[in-house]
Ligand binder design. Structure first.
Ligand SMILES: Cc1cc2nc3c(=O)[nH]c(=O)nc-3n(C[C@H](O)[C@H](O)[C@H](O)COP(=O)(O)O)c2cc1C
Length: 435
């Protein structure tokens, strides 16, 4: 599984640091090696001795450690690693990494590394939801950092909400995904929630916490589409749209954090794969339609992709040439209507089907009509007129349109919108089951 792979694990100063010890044990059990960097605050929660015993390696704590810095320890540590994992990623470490601050061994290494980075944030719910942390999260995502968690649930501080660090098995699955490790990658993340291979390991007895909440969508399968589709004209040209996929990817992360098994069917985007999510990459509307069908059954289906309504009827086999002749006419054909098809699926209609409507005028009126036309339960409508900055931007203002009426959420980051929507959908699903 992780044979021959080397993980550089940075442990920050949060209560969840005890789980990092368990992660070291799991990596070793999977055949991987771990080098540990422990922050000063991290050492308040877990001892270097525990980590050295579990990893079989010296634990690194100081930037200005004479012998290590002769060898440029902070550079060497990352050079020798296949992946840098930060768990727990404190609000402080996220802030430093997002802003290029390098004032201790952990943050200097994060700035100096050219290896992929996976963060498992853990903090109090208000620290997590604070606009500063959410801004740092967006920045880090844009910089290519992957995230696993945080999960939603009871917290050590006695509060409830998102902020609990992902469990060590989830972090291990995300490591497998990122390293493409055999028997651990997508298949394993997916299988784990089905209770297939990889049973949860025995916790280290003296460090084991009481088991707490499992997440609002635990045991559910959530299917999400995201991004644009590309409809080929010839081998080098295509019809596309300005969708960035950010809102759909944020929804996938929020659903994963709420404990769901998530299948994300994505058109071409330049976003990193969300950790712990089954990502199916497609190009055209017809491929997306097939991938969605293959992913059924699902408890909740969210169609956030901007699927092209039309494709070119006859894709040219060779590049079209500008040879002085008449301009070639583009004959269009209608693409499958994925949302309407799934909302009226004869035998596998998900219990909750949500569509997105991108409108440039009369947003609520057009989106309400779309909900009726498509037969879905909820439409999330947003204004994508150029003045709104939604397409490709990081913020969104959405209206939730259901049979019961219209709800408008305040303008928020796409990550915050995703968390709010997933909570709402989980509540609707829970209500349906009880009734
Ligand atoms: C008891 C206690 C628990 C804490 N838990 C967390 C936590 O879970 N997440 C977090 O971001 N900060 C937490 N903090 C605050 C961090 O320890 C503090 O911001 C520290 O500067 C982080 O340093 P580091 O990022 O270098 O590890 C906690 C502090 C205390 C005293």
């Amino acid at each position: 599984m992780l044979e021959g792979r080397s993980i550089l694990l940075i442990i920050g100063g949060g209560i969840a640091a005890y789980k990092a010890a368990e992660l070291v044990r799991l990596i070793a059990k999977s055949g991987g090696a771990t080098r540990v960097i422990l922050t000063k605050a991290g050492a308040q929660f877990v001892t270097p001795l525990t980590l050295a015993s579990l990893s079989g390696n010296k634990v690194n704590e100081e930037l200005f450690s004479l012998t290590d810095e002769i060898e440029m320890g902070h550079i060497e540590l990352s050079r020798a690693a296949d992946l840098v994992v930060v768990a727990p990623a404190t609000a402080d470490l996220m802030a430093k990494a997002a802003n290029g601050i390098a004032n201790d061994l952990a943050s200097t290494t994060l700035l100096a590394t050219d290896k992929p980075v996976l963060m498992a944030p853990a903090m109090n719910v208000r620290m997590w939801l604070h606009p500063a942390t959410q801004r740092n999260l967006e920045t880090l995502r844009r910089d290519g950092v992957s995230f696993v968690g945080p999960n939603e649930g009871d917290m050590a501080c006695g509060e409830y909400g998102p902020g609990r660090m992902a469990e060590p098995v989830e972090i291990l699955a995300a490591i497998g995904d990122l390293l493409g490790a055999k028997g651990m990658s997508k298949g394993m993340s997916k299988g784990m929630s089905k209770g297939m291979p990889m049973p949860p390991p025995a916790p280290i007895a003296e460090l084991a916490p009481p088991r707490r909440g499992e997440g609002l969508l635990a045991g559910r399968h959530v299917l999400i589409t995201a991004g644009p589709t590309h409809e080929p004209i010839d081998p080098v040209r295509y019809i596309a749209n300005r969708s960035s996929g950010k809102q759909g990817y944020a929804l996938a992360e929020a659903a994963r954090a709420a404990g769901a098994r998530v299948t994300l069917v994505s058109g071409p985007v330049s976003l990193p794969a969300p950790a712990g999510v089954m990502l199916v990459k497609v190009e055209t509307a017809r491929e997306m339609d097939q991938a969605v069908e293959a992913a059924l059954p699902a408890d909740l289906a969210i169609f956030a992709a901007a699927v092209a309504d039309w494709r070119v009827r006859e894709e040219a086999g060779q590049k079209l040439k500008k040879d002085g002749q008449a301009i070639p006419p583009l004959q269009l054909a209608e693409n499958p209507d994925i949302l309407a098809r799934i909302a009226r699926h004869p035998d596998q209609r998900p219990p909750l089907v949500v569509g997105f409507a991108a409108e440039t005028e009369k947003v609520i009126e057009h989106a309400s009509a779309k909900r009726m036309r498509k037969g879905c339960d909820i439409i999330v409508a947003n204004d994508v007129s150029p003045a709104s900055g939604v397409m490709g931007g990081d913020r969104n203002l959405v209206h939730l349109i259901a049979a019961e009426g219209v709800d408008t959420l305040p303008e928020m980051s796409k990550a915050e919108v995703a968390t709010a929507l997933i909570r709402h959908f989980a509540a609707v699903l829970a209500g349906r089951k009880e009734s």
